[in-house]
Design a protein around this ligand. Structure first.
Ligand code: FAD
Ligand code: SF4
Length: 526
């Protein structure tokens, strides 16, 4: 089948340079695109290897392909020469290097340029690429606040780093939310103000999410024709932004309608609102991760809104800035300074397989059912759902981190290994032994009940610990703490938990441990 030539490059024209644009490198302001040059051919390709390294959510595949195609069109209309290859055109190129070798020969290029990929897997493939007679050059993607080459100044391999210390350093260096050398508002962190749950009167106030309605029929046809293995609900239209302009509209929507309550309800969860899947979250991760927006412009937009409006408090904007200036850059540093070993870490020696309901949402645990169902429906769950529902459950039950990584990497539209893996393996599963988090994010049903209304309509009773209808999180929490006592007893942030546990009558502790063991033995039936 003929390639979809967005700018119709002549097949035999001897372009001098071939430039690769990966699916998550859709930044029209990259210095590559400052001027158009007829001797350069840009290639954007739907690659079979990229659809196959994990089972992706069908909406994720559609969103990437539509955004890539839209980017090719944008570049073409600015005078660049672009070759867009669909799955049909790359069927004979099993890997990315195979494609590059074929195109280099076909167009007789003298040079091959690429932007440094953010994923180790692709970096390895490209760094090992051999093109005799062709000059290969890698350039920075110009996206992150800390360029790749200097990450080593901030992070050391295999060492613990504290996000809070890193974040303060970044605030100072970038002069963001600062008054001289002091943090604006007198404190660095307003986390304590950001833990409200949604009360019934708050539910009707949640703004309607801004969604886009892109036609996906052609892309779905290709996915089916090539028998790509996908998960999740097939969309009638795609709700994610696929261009920079749409991403800017989503950013504006966030600043106008959501930022005002962002921090306040950042950790809240509900199943009582039709907008429960997005609440006050920005849903900008897809646009950011594909580089349709830069982190700095997103931060600047939020700070401008804060400066212009009296109803947006410092706690809201600081909470948001911390996620991007702090967590996002931090997570990337941990990834790059610890790969490839990071992907093998399993500090807690977890070895259980992922229960089937992770793929169907069919479980009696309402919090899990709602989070999984929503993830299958939208390819999205917000941070606390990822961390404290599916993440905590996997941690408490000791599911193998490889299986959890695969699930998170596949199911979310924003999932790319550099950001998914340290969040999953590190922050949520403590499989890195504390490189990302100072202690495991373990919790009982009490936390979930405090931050959500899931427990009200659950089959299990959150106040019960040992009965047949007791919330599984309660006994699993203690079972987890007890079985890892050797590892955590001396952690100053956890020691008190053991002191309190030890004060309980031993008969009660035994009942809780038995119930925890029963839950583990019957994990598929929970
Ligand atoms: P908001 O709450 O609006 O936050 C704003 C932005 O801050 C996000 O768009 C994101 O770019 C950034 N951000 C927030 N928290 C983090 C974080 N912990 N790490 C890095 N960036 C952060 N994020 C991804 O982008 N891709 C992933 O694959 C991914 N996997 C995760 C897996 C687990 C187990 C956990 C606990 C978190 C994961 N996150 C991931 C981080 C976070 O959950 C998402 O970035 C966030 O939910 C995206 O929604 P949002 O854009 O509405 O975020
Ligand atoms: Fe989840 Fe337990 Fe609450 Fe049910 S009772 S929703 S299982 S925390």
């Amino acid at each position: 089948m003929a390639a979809l030539h967005v700018s119709d490059p002549v097949k035999t024209k001897p372009y001098k340079t071939l430039r690769l644009i990966l699916g998550d490198q859709l930044d029209p302001n990259h210095s590559w695109f400052t001027e158009s040059d007829a001797s350069i051919l840009y290639v954007i390709a739907e690659l079979h290897q990229e659809t196959a390294y994990v089972n992706h959510h069908v909406q994720k595949v559609c969103a990437f392909f539509l955004a890539m195609k839209a980017f090719a069109t944008t570049l073409t209309s600015s005078g660049h020469h672009v070759l867009y290859l669909t799955l049909d055109d790359t069927v004979a190129d099993p890997t990315l290097p195979d494609l590059i070798i074929r195109l280099s020969e076909q167009y007789q290029v003298e040079a091959f340029d690429y932007q440094l990929p953010d994923e180790y897997r692709l970096t390895l493939q490209l760094s090992e690429l051999s093109l005799p007679g062709v000059n290969i050059k890698a350039v920075d993607s110009e996206h992150f606040i800390i360029p790749r080459q200097i990450l080593g100044r901030y992070f050391k391999p295999k060492q613990r780093h504290q996000m809070e210390a890193f974040y303060r350093k970044m605030r100072r260096e970038q002069a963001i939310l600062m008054e001289g050398d002091k943090p604006l508002g007198g404190q660095w962190n307003f986390d304590k103000d950001n833990r409200s749950r949604l009360k019934p009167q708050d539910l009707s106030q949640i703004p309607e999410p801004l969604v886009f309605g892109h036609n996906v029929s052609e892309t779905l046809d290709r996915i089916h024709r090539h028998a790509i293995k996908v998960i999740g609900h097939e969309p009638s239209t795609l709700l994610w932004p696929i261009t920079r302009n749409e991403s800017l509209a989503l950013l504006q929507h966030f600043c106008r309608h959501l930022l005002v309550n962002y921090g306040r309800f950042q950790d809240a969860m509900t199943d009582q609102s039709e907008h429960q899947w997005s609440l006050y979250h920005s849903r900008l991760s897809f646009s950011l991760n594909l580089k349709m927006l830069t982190p700095i412009e997103v931060i600047d937009a939020a700070i401008s809104a804060f400066n212009d409006r009296e109803d947006i408090s410092i706690a809201q904007v600081e909470g948001f800035v911390r996620q991007i200036l702090g967590w996002r850059e931090f997570i990337r540093g941990i990834y790059w300074l610890n790969m490839p070993d990071y992907g093998e870490l399993n500090y807690l020696e977890a070895d259980r397989p992922l229960p089937d309901y992770f793929w169907s949402g069919e479980t009696k645990m309402n919090c899990m059912a709602k989070t999984i169902d929503q993830s299958l429906q939208f390819g999205f769950a917000h941070h606390i759902q990822r961390l404290m529902i599916t993440g905590t459950f996997s941690l408490l039950t000791g599911i193998h981190p490889d299986q959890i990584d695969q699930w998170y990497l596949g199911i979310y539209v924003d999932a790319l290994e550099w950001v998914e893996m340290p969040n999953t393996r590190g922050m949520s599963q403590f499989a890195d032994g504390g490189l990302v988090a100072t202690k495991p994010y373990s919790a009982s049903g009490n936390y979930i009940n405090k931050m959500s209304d899931y427990c009200k309509s659950c089959h299990y009773k959150v106040t019960n610990k040992v009965e047949e209808d007791a919330c599984p999180f309660n006994s699993l929490y203690w079972h987890f703490m007890e079985r890892h006592r050797d590892r955590f007893d001396r952690n100053p942030r956890i020691g008190m938990v053991y002191r309190n546990w030890d004060k309980q009558p031993s008969a009660q502790r035994k009942l809780i441990m038995d119930r925890g063991q029963w839950c583990l033995d019957h994990i598929e039936a929970l």
